[in-house]
Structures are given as C-alpha cells and as structure tokens.
Ligand binder design. Structure first.
Ligand SMILES: Cc1cc2nc3c(=O)[nH]c(=O)nc-3n(C[C@H](O)[C@H](O)[C@H](O)COP(=O)(O)OP(=O)(O)OC[C@H]3O[C@@H](n4cnc5c(N)ncnc54)[C@H](O)[C@@H]3O)c2cc1C
Length: 376
C-alpha cells in the first residue's frame, strides 16, 4: 500500500506529488497522458506570475509563497524557471480588470507598481496603442514562468514517486482502511488520494456535481515584426480589457514567437472529450484585428496556434478541499485560467490536507462549501 495516490500530474498534481515525496512519503501518481502535454491546461511556453491582479484578496499571501517556492525549485533544479519581464494591467476604470482593485493599493510604492497614463504607455512601450481613458498599472517585478521547464523540474522533484503516465484513473473508492484506485492496467491501494485532474476532474467526482465549466481557448504565436521586433522579447506581458472585444493578453516574445490570446470568452463552454482542437482562420483573424488596432505592426505571420483549456468556477476562485463524503480524498479543481503561478504552493496545501498538517494559508475561500451554501 502506498501512503498517497495522486490522480493527475499536471500543474497541481505534479506539485502535490513532489511535495509528498519531499516529506518522505511513498506516492503513486497517474496521468492520462505524459506531462507536459498539450491536451489540458498546462502547455505552451509561458505563464505569467504577478501580484497586482490579486490586490486585497487572499491570493496575495499565496502568490508571495509561490514566488519563494519557485525560486527554491529554480535553484535546486538548476533550470531557469522565471524571467522578470514586467506586466501591464490595462482596462477601463469601471471594467473587470480593475473591479475590486482600488488603484491606490494596486500601485503601492513599496511594490514598485506604478500607474501609467496613455502617453506614458506609448513612451515606454511604443508598439502599444491604448484608447484614451485606459487605466494602466505597470508591475515591473512581474515575471514569466517557463511552463514546460517548470513542469519538468517539478516532475523531477517527484521522481521518488511511482509515476505512471498514459494510465488514466478510471475509478476509485474509499473505505475506512484506505483508497482503491482502478486503471486499465491494475488496481492500486493507498492511504489517501489527491485528485487534480484539471478539465477532467468532474469525471472523477461526478457525485459532487462541481460547478465547473471547461472553456476552449486558443493561444497564438506570431513572428515578431517591424521596428520594435527586437524589444518584444524583453517585455512586458499584458492583460488588457477592451470596451467591446473582451480581454486579451500578450507575452514577451520567445524563440517560438509573440504569444497572445483572449482571456475568458463567454459561450466557449464545452465537454472535455469533445473539444475542437482545430483553430479556424476566422479565430486567428479576430486576434489579428486586435493587433492591428492596439499593437499595430508587431504581429507578423502566424507561426503556431494551440487550443488550451480553462476549467472555470462561477466565482473564478479555485476549489481545494477535502471530499465532503470521503475525508481521505482531497480535490483541486477550477484553475479558472490563473492557477499555474500558484502551482508549488497549491501542491504544498494539498499535501497539508492529505497529511493532516495545518495549512499556513486560509483555505476557506477555496472551500467546496461556498457552492453548497449557495445551493441551499
Ligand atoms: C491559455 C491559458 C493561459 C493561461 N495563463 C495563465 C497564466 O498566465 N498564469 C497562471 O497562473 N495561469 C494561467 N493559466 C491557468 C493554468 O495553466 C491552469 O489553471 C493550471 O494549469 C491548472 O492546473 P491543473 O493541475 O488543474 O490542470 P492541468 O495542468 O491540466 O493538469 C491536469 C492533469 O490531469 C490529467 N488527467 C486528467 N484526467 C485524468 C485521469 N482520469 N487520471 C489521471 N490523470 C488525469 C491530465 O492529463 C493533466 O495532465 C492559463 C491557462 C490557459 C489554458
């Protein structure tokens, strides 16, 4: 019998397995594929880590803890996992990006974050053309995580575990003596189970009827073009809410190109096993129109496009909690398009619940109860 089993070895599951191994436990981990792979939520070069978005929320202590853990993993793995590139939060004052983010606290001087006028944005980053009235917060310390390197380093840290790839968990059951996990190859036993199956989580806990929506989203890479092309690798990243078109994001250019895409789009809910993995020309054209209007001349030919999945909760907060009927089982779900940066701290929190350690962060905002209360 293993001490712990982990179903799903993507962002949160791999970090959970690594943390349990670090604490000296025997672990068996399963994944449907072999991470890093392109079928779930964790692929495609880069993820942002920044603090301003979360100002005043319980995520601030989590993101600070995550920074420390990423730095530690970077040292131990001897890989480059983070690169400071700065990030812009942009949008109308009354829009979604700034809702709940009073500007005074977002721009606290001790964090280095500053508010930029439209003219200042054009002065610092002349390829960006915000509309008049756009509010911009610049966070110079924000960084870009090298996604695949982060996953590989975490899986290496979990190497003491029995990691079983291309072996999806098909079923599990829990009793007073432990959990039983069934795959197409064998049956396994562990004392406790972590479920972190991303967009597939509902399939493993149908009895919880989790309020999760799987959203198909596309990441595009364009060849950097024009006079500003050499500067595009330096930064910044941006999350930019527009009046009519929605919220789009962009990353500093990598060897693959300049990556951009749309953040949260209504009506993209889908079933995880029926996701359309093809990217249509009209989708690419929609993004090109944004570049033409708001960052003209920098997006050259399309290099690559890749479908990725958000798993959204109604309030966009994660779920990290014990299974209400099976205390031996802990569930993470609902990354809602922003969980990657927190990966090492979420893994540690999963490990805390599994080992009955007291978590150093308040997990009430991530509880399953909040939906049950709403349903009552
Ligand atoms: C386009 C895009 C951009 C994003 N940008 C950012 C960003 O800038 N910053 C940020 O912090 N976050 C970002 N995110 C969000 C972040 O990547 C996700 O929230 C995070 O990857 C979710 O982690 P997870 O472990 O829940 O899911 P995943 O990382 O998808 O892992 C789930 C794993 O479970 C496995 N699995 C599924 N079913 C089973 C089964 N039955 N048995 C065994 N294994 C199974 C899957 O194969 C997969 O490997 C972005 C997401 C997308 C799609």
């Amino acid at each position: 019998m293993y001490d712990f089993a982990v179903a799903g070895l993507g962002a949160v599951g791999s970090a959970t397995a690594a943390e349990l191994v670090r604490r000296g436990h025997s672990v068996v981990g399963f994944d449907r594929y072999r991470p890093p792979h392109t079928m779930g939520s964790a692929h495609s070069d880069t993820r942002m880590i920044r603090e301003a978005w979360y100002q005043g929320s319980p995520y601030v202590p989590l993101v600070r803890d995550a920074w420390t853990r990423w730095k530690r993993l970077e040292r131990r793995s001897r890989r480059t996992l983070l690169r400071t590139a700065g990030a812009l939060m942009m949008g109308p004052a009354d829009g979604r990006v700034f809702a709940g983010n009073p500007l005074a606290s977002v721009t606290r001087p001790d964090t280095g974050r500053v508010s930029l006028s439209v003219q200042e944005v054009a002065g610092h980053f002349p390829w960006l053309r915000p509309d008049p009235g756009t509010i911009t917060i610049y966070e110079p310390g924000a960084a870009v995580l090298a996604l695949e390197a982060c996953l590989e380093a975490t899986l290496e840290a979990a190497a003491g575990a029995d990691l079983r790839f291309d072996e999806p968990v098909l079923e599990w059951s829990a009793s007073a003596s432990g959990v039983r996990i069934g795959t197409a190859r064998a049956e396994y036993r562990a004392r406790r189970l972590a479920i972190a199956a991303g967009a597939w989580t509902s399939e493993l806990v149908p009895e919880l009827a989790l309020p999760l929506e799987v959203e198909r989203t596309v990441q595009y890479w364009f060849e950097p073009a024009g006079a500003h092309a050499p500067a595009l690798a330096d930064g910044p990243a941006w999350v930019w809410e527009l009046d009519r078109e929605g919220t789009w994001y962009g990353f500093p250019a990598t060897a693959r190109g300049l990556k951009a895409g749309m953040h949260f789009q209504a009506g993209r809910g889908t079933e995880v096993d029926r996701v359309d993995r093809e990217v249509g020309d009209s989708e690419t054209e929609a993004l090109r129109r944004l570049f033409a209007r708001y960052a003209p001349g920098v997006a050259g030919p399309l290099v690559h496009a890749s479908v990725c999945l958000y798993t959204n909760t109604p309030d966009e907060n994660f779920i990290l909690d014990r299974h209400p009927c099976h205390p031996r089982v802990v569930v993470f779900a609902g990354g809602s398009g922003h969980a990657f940066k927190f990966m090492p701290v979420l893994g540690a929190l999963m490990a805390d619940l599994l080992t009955d350690d007291h978590p150093p962060h308040d997990l009430a905002p991530l509880s399953l109860d909040r939906f049950r209360r709403g349903a009552a």
